[in-house]
Design a protein around this ligand. Structure first.
Ligand code: GRF
Length: 195
């Protein structure tokens, strides 16, 4: 059987990307991560991809001048990569509707809250954890969902919960949620590829 192909999108430090790649290397995920797509040349994800000889497609600001050009660029990269699964791991730009429609059911994202809470445009990173603490939530967690045309609103695939303790800070909560992300994402990617 042909090896399944994963394309990862990441704009940041890339800890989820690294964890997924380690899971490929140790055999937990039966697939190959053939490419990283990033809009941030300074991202830790890009440094890691290069160190591991994972093909890296950098989207430059000029690619975003017109959204049609951005869509075309993404479409040509994805046609080349021909992924079975597209995994968003901290990618901050919106995936154009045309790409979402073309890869319907094949694009997944991870979000650091229990969606639908603290999701949508503008909810990312420490903003989420700060709000969770400020609102006195007793639990938080992470959500993996299919990507549709609306930010963070696609069908939920899996969630992992963490307890918010009275002495938690946004930073300590972020760490707990990240640990859950690193367990949940490889598990879900594996399941989806086996379906
Ligand atoms: C994660 O918290 C994820 O939920 C969100 O972006 C963050 C990416 O972190 N979508 P990292 O770059 O994988 O460390």
């Amino acid at each position: 059987m042909r090896t399944k192909r994963i394309t990862v999108f990441a704009s940041g430090s890339g800890s989820n990307f690294k964890t997924l790649h380690q899971s490929v290397l140790n055999g937990e995920i039966p697939a190959s991560i053939t490419a990283l797509i990033s809009d941030n040349p300074k991202a830790g994800a890009v440094t890691y991809a290069r160190s591991q000889n994972i093909r890296t497609h950098l989207l430059l600001p000029s690619d975003f001048d017109e959204s049609a050009a951005y869509t075309q660029k993404l479409e040509s990269i994805l046609s080349l990569e021909n992924p079975d699964l597209v995994v968003l791991a901290g990618y901050l730009k919106k995936i154009p509707d045309h790409i979402v429609a073309k890869f319907s059911g094949k694009i997944i994202n991870i979000h650091p809250s229990l969606l639908p809470k603290y999701g949508g445009a503008g909810w990312y990173g420490m903003r989420v954890h700060r709000a969770v603490i400020e609102n006195g939530e007793q639990e938080s967690g992470c959500t993996i969902h299919y990507v549709n045309e609306i930010y963070d609103e696609g069908p939920i695939i899996a969630q992992s919960h963490v307890t918010v303790n009275p002495d938690d800070t946004p930073e300590s909560l972020a760490k707990k949620v990240q640990q859950e992300e690193h367990k949940l994402y490889p598990r879900v990617v594996r399941q989806l590829l086996e379906e």
